[in-house]
Design a protein. Structure first.
Length: 500
């Protein structure tokens, strides 16, 4: 039986009328519809924003310690319900249960971080900057904030957006991906159970038109989004044009440099997981290996090829599954076309994922792992973000060539270097033009207290996610200069005040 995913406004589920069920939710492992959503019209969007606007004065004035109590309760509920949340993610996205659970754990880490809110929002006070004059800087909330979440992390990314926002006293309207909407609604139900007042967080289902209406709305103060680079840039430009504070996070082409002295066995194992985990549908996936020297490349390609031949590809809820399907048939077709183009351009296809056929679920959107060798920077499979289980190997002669290749790329999200040499590791981290760097770690997603975000065309705006960066984004500064005098009239002062 098909299920219907509602909106969530002012603390309660809101269903569409049947004629508004505009979009089918598909289980990508089965290749068939399992549910539906209705896209919010302007009336529903207005209702969600109005609920958030009405809830803001009271929530922003709620003492931070009481806001933290809600977060503590929510954390406990997330831990309890993590298995069922992972099942929702796997069912609608296709990723393995283990991968879904791990991504939810990263979201829980962020909730835990913001349970320390009291120390995060404190600013400085300076006494006696002048005679009987004190100066205090405050951090205060912005108002109604909007988050546009991607399909690939339907729990983690919404948590990264809305938890720091509401911790700082804002209210929130979430627009999740129409492809994976169920987990976000469950998050809002758990927040309500944790004691969050109605209207503080709301959720509307929708498409591009819904996004545009939300980010142009005059009552929205700030916008954050995770999407492909063209979409992220478009949202950023539209939001800032309409006077919103905005930061958006886009695509990537993450490189892993493998030096001749690297532990090839360890590097290959790490790269396989980073390239093909979640079927490559991660903005932090490794999609390019830069092998320094032909000998390094030869050994590495052999080490990469072996596990690909025995990779377990199945529905994400099957025990032992290592890689699930892609999100949709159209996306699988795009990735297959990119592989074909890579072959036509002269890339050496070591392993062809197009050969994979699922024994039971022929209609599922499965694709095996593909590995290219001897790829050059002018090829489309190097230049484009494929967002699928495709890894390309580029050969260079030395470290400087490798570094230059990474720095010339239009994206700057994440990168890694595999080496035993501390000098090259330090040189790489200091000189590479990328936002997140791993040393012998292929997916350098930082813990919640450190900033997450890329450079160049991987990120738009002046702030990252996580830690103090999120606190800065979701608050505005107010400085109060005060003077309390005894009964004393100094008369009119027409000169610029000084603190002497």
């Amino acid at each position: 039986m098909l299920y219907h995913v509602p909106h969530f406004i002012n603390g309660a589920a809101v269903k569409n009328t049947p004629e508004q069920n505009d979009y089918s939710i598909t289980n990508p492992a089965l290749g068939k519809a399992i549910g539906s959503i209705g896209f919010a019209d302007t009336t529903l969007c207005d209702k969600a924003i109005s609920a958030a606007k009405a809830a803001w004065p009271s929530w922003s004035q709620t003492p931070p310690i009481k806001r933290v109590q809600v977060l503590f309760a929510f954390r406990t509920l997330l831990i309890t319900h993590r298995p069922t949340l992972a099942q929702l993610v796997s069912q609608e996205h296709g990723k393995t249960l283990d991968d879904a659970c791990a991504s939810i754990a990263r979201g829980i880490e962020l909730v835990e971080y913001h349970c320390g809110l009291l120390s995060q929002i404190s600013e400085h006070h300076t006494a006696s900057v002048g005679t009987h004059v004190d100066c205090t800087t405050l951090r205060q909330s912005l108002g109604v904030c909007v988050g546009i979440s991607p399909f690939n992390f339907p729990v983690m990314v919404p948590l990264w957006m809305m938890i720091p926002a509401i911790a700082c006293g804002n209210t929130f309207v979430l627009k999740p991906s129409e492809q994976t909407p169920s987990a976000s609604i469950r998050l809002l139900e758990l927040l309500t159970e944790a004691g969050l007042p109605p209207g503080v967080v709301n959720c509307v289902q929708g498409d591009k038109n819904t996004v545009t209406y939300l980010i142009e709305h005059p009552d929205v103060a700030a916008v954050t989004a995770v999407a492909s680079t063209p979409v992220a840039e478009s949202i950023y430009r539209t939001a800032t044009y309409h006077g919103k504070r905005a930061h958006t996070f886009g695509g990537a082409k993450n490189h892993a440099v493998v030096m001749p002295d690297a532990d090839i066995k360890q590097a290959a194992a790490a790269i396989v997981g980073a390239a093909y985990g979640s079927a490559g549908e991660r903005c932090m996936a490794i999609s390019v290996v830069v092998a320094v020297g032909d000998e390094t490349a030869d050994v590495l390609v052999d080490a990469l090829r072996t596990p690909l031949q025995s990779m377990v590809i199945d529905s994400g809820d099957v025990p032992g599954c290592e890689m699930g399907p892609l999100i949709s048939e159209s996306h699988r077709n795009r990735v297959m076309a990119a592989i074909e183009q890579g072959v036509n351009e002269g890339g050496v296809l070591v392993t062809d994922g197009r050969d994979f056929k699922h024994a039971k679920n022929a209609q599922g959107y499965f694709l095996g792992p593909s590995l290219f060798d001897r790829v050059t920077p002018d090829m489309s499979i190097y230049q484009k973000e494929l967002f699928g289980p495709v890894l390309v190997v580029v050969r260079v002669d030395n470290f400087e060539e490798a570094l230059s290749l990474v720095n010339q790329n239009q994206y700057g999200n994440g990168t890694a270097i595999f080496t035993r040499d501390g000098f090259y590791a330090r040189e790489y981290t200091q000189r590479v033009q990328v936002g997140m760097v791993g040393i012998n770690i292929p997916i350098p997603v930082p813990v919640a207290s450190h900033p997450f975000g890329g450079w160049k065309r991987s990120s738009f705006g002046d702030t990252n996610m996580h830690g103090r960066e999120s606190i800065h984004f979701y608050t505005q500064l107010k400085t109060v200069t005060s003077q309390w005098l005894a009964d004393k009239n100094e008369g009119n002062i027409f000169s610029m005040p000084t603190h002497s």
